[in-house]
Design a protein around this ligand. Structure first.
Ligand code: BLA
Length: 508
């Protein structure tokens, strides 16, 4: 069947068609006439009926008429891509305990997944989520928001560790918040390479907001079908019970994690991050609670979207205010020739950076973490040669400018703004190498177990790989950074005109 999965072909592992489900529930599919054509082999343990006695049977011979009618009535709602419907507390067999059921279409098959309902007296999901949202609404900063959200989700789910894992544009990710039981090694602030959550998994998580791996040691239940269908090809992208990639299971096992859950965080329909939850013993939580966690994830996503937008606006507004101040100050500046240098501190407030340099009239000024004067001089000459009169930004200096190799740890990223009409003077913002601000926080001697794929599948190795991948790179320059740079360029041209007017008057 599928080629063997290993560390070299992760991106190609067809995780959406595993041909099996996790055994905390069962799956069956019916055709348009509601006859059963596939079932998970663990069905007997739930319904007390053998697989062979289920295939080709009408659903109504297995489930109560009421249950079949309810399911049928919901099928009409399944319009649009990726639609799913959930039914809680459905009595599938007369007089037997109820089930929580999820239904969706996969190609022509209606997929019905069921797990025993959990009676949780006093638990009202709506009220739980409402209170959780109250708490996070009160936070002020992004980091406080993420921390409080992790804390809230930990209370709801009872997982030992809940992290907010945010993706970067290159697909790598960073643990930006964590709520964990005391005594656990902290992963806060750590980065991991894109390959830890391969592309196809990220696409899946964009479509399907939540998955739980209730017990990494629970062997999956294979799907069985009649001869005319192929359960090995049933697309389980939207399934609740989809069994999990063995590579990921190994990763979790190596970390000592026995159960895992993640809830997607989306911005503008794209995966922004995940709530990643770990437990050190098997942990199942009810479909009802998972639905609450999912709703919380969706609301959190909207809050993040709003806050990030506000953040971008505030960032650009602040930059504009500083620019206006520059123009005013320049107009009344007494020492016109030096003015452009006197504003160094102001430039730094405008664009998120670690250092800044100005080159004007063959003079140079530096502030913060930047290359040396000689290094900047050579860089300016290079910029004027290659990209005269235009904004030039790179988050990996050595890639565009070989001599940058010598100082890439201090200034791996630069953003240069020409500030005179002739290609000569310029203002350069620098950002340090991103790995320099991140270190492994965990105990150096913490030993992780290894599985068949060796040490790569441990957080420490993962972190080291991330460090290798981003060596020589700074945090990327965002669209907002470039917009501010464009407008600063116009302002500075104006300021320089004013200053030369002033200088001309001073000379007269
Ligand atoms: C899935 N990998 C995942 C998931 C997470 C991570 C959160 C989502 C599934 C879940 O809820 O558990 C990664 N988990 C992390 C990271 C941290 C964490 C980075 O807690 C950091 C603290 N994984 C690898 C490598 C491969 C790989 C090297 O590390 C492949 C070569 C594969 N990861 C992999 C696959 C999935 C996955 C295939 C999808 C699992 C599935 O949904 O079936």
């Amino acid at each position: 069947m599928n080629e063997a999965v290993n560390l070299t072909n992760c991106d190609r592992e067809p995780i959406h068609i595993p041909g099996s489900v996790q055994p905390y529930g069962f799956l069956l599919t019916v055709l348009s006439d509601f006859t059963i054509c596939m079932v998970s082999e663990n069905v007997g343990g739930f319904l007390g009926i053998d697989v062979a006695d289920l295939l080709r049977q009408p659903l109504s011979s297995i489930f109560t008429q009421g249950a079949v009618d309810t399911i049928r009535s919901r099928v009409d709602h399944l319009s649009g891509p990726d639609a799913t419907e959930r039914l809680f507390g459905l009595e599938l067999q007369a007089g037997k305990p109820p089930y929580d059921v999820s239904i969706h279409f996969s190609a022509a098959y209606l997929v019905i997944e069921a797990e025993p309902s959990v009676n949780e007296p006093g638990v009202n999901s709506g009220e739980l989520v409402r209170l959780m949202l109250e708490r996070i609404r009160k936070t002020r900063s992004m980091s406080e928001l993420a921390r409080e959200a992790a804390r809230q989700l930990k209370v709801l789910t009872g997982f030992d560790r809940v992290m907010v894992y945010q993706f970067h544009p290159d697909g790598s990710g960073e643990v930006i918040a964590e709520a964990a039981e005391t005594g656990l090694e902290s992963f806060l602030g750590l980065h991991y390479p894109a390959s830890d959550i391969p592309k196809q998994a990220r696409i899946l998580y964009q479509r399907n907001w939540l998955r739980i791996i209730a017990d990494i040691d629970a062997g999956p239940a294979a799907l069985v079908s009649t001869a005319t269908h192929n359960a090995g090809l049933l697309d389980l992208s939207m399934s609740v019970l989809r069994s999990v990639s063995p590579i990921h299971i190994e990763y979790l096992r190596n970390m000592g994690v026995a159960a895992s859950m993640s809830v997607s965080i989306l911005r503008d329909g794209k995966l922004w991050g995940l709530f990643a939850c770990h437990h050190y013993a098997p942990r199942y939580i009810s479909f009802e609670k998972r639905t609450a966690a999912e709703l919380f994830g969706q609301m959190f996503s909207w809050i993040v979207e709003g806050r990030e937008r506000e953040g971008d606006v505030a960032y650009e507004t602040r930059a504009h205010q500083v620019q206006e101040r520059l123009i005013e100050t320049a107009a009344s500046h007494e020492h016109s020739r030096r003015a452009i240098f006197d504003f160094l501190g102001d430039y730094r407030q405008m664009i998120d950076c670690d250092g800044v340099a100005v080159w004007s009239d063959n003079k140079i000024a530096l502030q913060g973490e930047a290359p040396t004067e000689d290094e900047v001089k050579d860089l300016v000459a290079f910029i004027n040669r290659t990209s005269p009169g235009r904004i030039f930004a790179s988050a990996e200096i050595a890639k565009v400018y070989a001599a940058g190799q010598a100082f890439r740890d201090r200034a791996a990223g630069f953003l240069a703004i020409p500030i005179s009409r002739t290609p000569r003077d310029c203002l350069i913002f620098f950002r340090r190498e991103v790995t320099r601000s991140v270190n492994w926080a965990g105990a150096a001697d913490k030993v992780y177990d290894e599985g068949p794929n060796g040490p790569r599948l441990t957080p420490r190795k993962s972190f080291e790989l991330w460090q290798e991948t981003v060596a020589g790179q700074s945090k990327p320059w965002s669209a907002a950074d470039i917009r501010i740079a464009e407008s600063l360029r116009v302002t500075l041209l104006e300021v320089i005109l004013q200053l030369s007017d002033l200088a001309a008057r001073e000379r007269r």
